[in-house]
Design a protein around this ligand. Structure first.
Ligand SMILES: Cc1cc2nc3c(=O)[nH]c(=O)nc-3n(C[C@H](O)[C@H](O)[C@H](O)COP(=O)(O)O)c2cc1C
Length: 130
């Protein structure tokens, strides 16, 4: 099974979740603003995550989401962190769905203040899919 983990993180919270997921999946967590982020061959599962900033997604993530093609991603699994709101999950899901990419109904979310204590739950979440 081909798995990829992509994320955008300004202050490290979503990165920490991405790395916990990636560790379980046995792949690298790759920031969407790097050259390695492009999906160059079709994958079975894309774990994709980002946080909420003033009710919206960071432009790096928005632009990356717009590059994804349904023929390259069999299923996307969404994760996020924020202070309180899960709206980022809706925004990521919407972008994927608009591109015709199937999105797993189950998502993973941590409040930013919980991230350090609950990384194990991110590993457990990822293990359901890989
Ligand atoms: C400029 C800014 C705006 C934010 N706006 C929101 C918000 O509207 N709602 C919310 O729940 N969290 C908000 N947050 C909190 C972030 O989503 C949260 O700290 C998140 O874990 C950051 O992820 P990161 O460390 O991966 O960048 C905001 C944070 C920043 C820095």
């Amino acid at each position: 099974m081909r798995v990829a983990v992509r994320y955008y993180s300004r202050t490290g919270n979503t990165k920490a979740v991405a790395e916990a997921i990636a560790k379980t999946a046995g792949v690298a967590a790759v920031s969407v603003d790097t050259d390695e982020a492009a999906i160059k061959e079709p994958i079975d599962i894309l774990f994709i995550g980002g946080a909420l900033y003033a009710y919206g997604l960071d432009n790096h993530l928005k632009e990356y989401l717009a590059t994804l093609k349904k023929d390259d991603v069999k299923k996307a699994v969404v994760f996020s962190t924020s202070w309180l709101s899960k709206h980022s999950i809706d925004l990521i899901k919407r972008s994927l769905t608009d591109a015709g990419i199937p999105v797993e109904a189950e998502t993973f979310y941590l409040k930013s203040k919980e991230v350090n204590d609950k990384l194990k739950t991110a590993e457990e979440f990822a293990s359901k899919f890989v």
